[in-house]
Design a protein around this ligand. Sequence first.
Ligand SMILES: [Zn+2]
Length: 84
Amino acid sequence: MSKELAFECPKCGYNKVEEVVGVDGTINHCLTAIMEDGSYAYDGDGEIDGDSFLVKFQCYNCGFIIAETEEELVEFLKEQPCNQ
Ligand SMILES: [Zn+2]
């Protein structure tokens, strides 16, 4: 069982991450849980069909860009004081 990671925005202190996915244009999802192994859950309609691709992860509140891949996201979160 993988551990859940907490997020605290370095810029505004908000605690929710938003995933930006490209399809035709982009779709934003607010993440509800991020696990240590890089898997995550989000609000909304679930799976996106077709040729969607991950654009980036950013702060849900201020748009601070956190990472561009799941690996970078996990690394960033693991180094945050709230996950030490
Ligand atoms: Zn922020």
